[in-house]
Design a binder for this molecule. Structure first.
Ligand SMILES: Cc1cc2nc3c(=O)[nH]c(=O)nc-3n(C[C@H](O)[C@H](O)[C@H](O)COP(=O)(O)OP(=O)(O)OC[C@H]3O[C@@H](n4cnc5c(N)ncnc54)[C@H](O)[C@@H]3O)c2cc1C
Length: 490
């Protein structure tokens, strides 16, 4: 089942071609939503509806909630589920498409659902992460012969497999390829209406309140964030809201202040939304391009991060299966790191000491606390933070494992190709070049406290994080007190 689609063919990969006997009627289309959790500007949803309309069959969206996925806690799961709760309501109200929530292992729930509804086509969005790729391989094996499976890259502006057919060495080698393809792929989205054929009435009730309460209780070790409102509308507000939207109110500071950790508002703040797919990077790029005349430098810098750097991370994870291990580093970097692994370190900290921000470096401790309490460490500090972990642990493998563990546990945007590549860049020199050799780091780029002091007001940043942590702790204490009071009244 594959009709000509309003989605560019390059965006769609046929993972499995169904073999439908000619006497059998076409079954519905199911979109298994994973990474692109949005209604608007979603090429995977557009493709699913398009294919359903062309075959005159109905379409449904399914989402699978795993019991465990890469250590996500209340912070990440609460944000995701609250976004999905809005999506569930909106997709039914505006597009009249049913939304099903499954719980358990996708390799079981998805084939079972396809079987139950007699689907002919499964559409999924794209993620380069190993786990997701292997589930899809398994689902291809488990579904009946007659089912086709299409994977749509709805996350990247230029589909990862179109941008390049191989592992790219650096931003420099990918940039030209992407820029050449932007006229073809950085285009407006077609308007989408409700599908022509209605799904037979079914009960897709989800008890969101109880589900969220339960998930948040289980993952309470890393609590939800108050400052970051989930959902597509909130994401659009961050991009272009009239109060403090990035493109509407904050854009001009991006080119001058984005490397100053004391000015977090100079950054877009879009990473939580991009990570969970609550906003499309393509939408962000289109809107940024529309205001380029006002601040060309800022827009160009933003598009470099949003498109080139972000899509380079997907390229790395897609073509390098060992994207989170020393084995995934280039030969020169592996060699230099191993030569310097036995070098004497001034300090060695355990994972627990690092997690509790108990180092002798107040700047590093501040960045760790910004992440633990605030849930989003400033981008500049992330580099310093990871490089120091290399300096203070027994070797590069240990440093990489600890940095990924902490990043994935506490960052609201963690468990993302950008995170794996950020840690690999900092510790293993991925997408970087060799620098002057020095102890522990070898030829890996080095960062230190004195360098930060030259770049920004280090004491100011430490004081800023102290205030942030103090305020969060105070609010938490007040909430606990109020809950206790309520309990006593009952
Ligand atoms: C050690 C380390 C860990 C990181 N972990 C993550 C992570 O878990 N999740 C994550 O999304 N980013 C991660 N980054 C990349 C970057 O720091 C964040 O994307 C950025 O700080 C997010 O804030 P923003 O959206 O306000 O940034 P902006 O500067 O406004 O950027 C806009 C978007 O561009 C993309 N982007 C920006 N910088 C980079 C970069 N260096 N590499 C790839 N894409 C980029 C992101 O999608 C970001 O949301 C990490 C970087 C390092 C060095």
């Amino acid at each position: 089942m594959a009709y000509p689609s309003s989605v560019q063919s390059g965006r769609v990969r046929v993972l499995k071609e169904g073999s439908r006997p000619s006497d059998r009627e076409m079954g519905p289309v199911v979109y298994w939503m994973f990474r692109d959790q949005r209604l608007r500007d979603n090429w995977a949803l557009i493709h699913a509806v398009d294919q359903a309309n062309k075959a005159s069959v109905p379409v449904a969206v399914g989402f699978n909630l795993f019991d465990e996925f890469l250590g996500a806690k209340a912070r990440q799961l609460g944000f995701m589920l609250r976004g999905l709760q809005q999506l569930h309501r909106d997709i039914q109200d505006t597009l009249h498409i049913p939304f099903f929530l499954f719980q358990g292992e996708a390799i079981e729930t998805i084939p079972t659902f396809l079987e139950e509804c007699g689907a002919s086509l499964l559409v999924t969005d794209f993620s380069p992460l190993r786990e997701v790729q292997s589930w899809k391989d398994e689902i291809c094996k488990r579904v009946s012969d007659s089912v086709s499976i299409h994977e749509v890259d709805a996350h990247n502006v230029v589909p990862v497999w179109v941008a390049s057919e191989k592992l790219e060495y650096s931003a420099k080698t990918l940039r030209g390829k992407i820029n050449k393809l932007l006229p073809e792929y950085l285009i407006d989205f077609p308007k989408m209406g409700p599908p022509i054929k209605k799904w037979a009435a079914t009960n897709c009730f989800v008890d969101w309140e109880n589900l969220i309460t339960e998930v948040v209780r289980k993952g309470a070790e890393v609590p939800e964030l108050e400052w970051c409102e989930p959902g597509e509308n909130a994401a659009m507000e961050v991009l272009m809201g009239s109060k403090s939207g990035f493109l509407t109110k904050r854009l001009k500071n991006y080119s001058t202040d984005r490397n100053n950790p004391l000015k977090p508002k100079a950054l877009s703040g879009l990473s939580p939304y991009l990570h969970f797919g609550q906003i499309s990077a393509q939408r962000c790029a289109i809107e940024a391009r529309n205001v380029r005349k006002l601040c060309p430098q800022a827009v160009d810098a933003f598009l470099e991060e949003l498109i080139v750097r972000r899509e380079l991370a997907d390229n790395f994870c897609f073509y390098q299966p060992q994207y989170d291990s020393l084995q995934g580093a280039w030969e020169w970097a592996r060699k230099t790191l191993l030569v310097h692994a036995p070098d004497k370190r001034e300090h060695i900290y355990t994972r627990e000491q690092l997690e509790k921000a108990q180092t002798a470096d107040p700047l590093w401790n501040a960045s760790q606390l910004e992440m633990v309490y605030g849930g989003k460490m400033h981008g500049f500090m992330r580099m310093y933070w990871a490089k120091k972990i290399l300096e203070w642990t027994s070797g590069p493998e240990d440093a990489l494992a600890i940095s990924i563990y902490l990043n994935d546990k506490y960052e609201i945007d963690g468990r993302d190709p950008n995170g794996y590549v950020g840690c690999m860049w900092s510790i293993c020199g991925v997408h970087d070049q060799g620098w002057q050799e020095r102890p522990v780091f070898g030829k890996i780029r080095y960062m230190n406290y004195a360098g930060c002091k030259r770049k920004f007001d280090v004491d100011g940043y430490i004081a800023y994080v102290k205030r942030l942590v103090g305020e969060i702790k105070k609010r938490k204490a007040e909430t606990l007190l109020n809950e206790k009071k309520k309990e006593l009244r009952i």
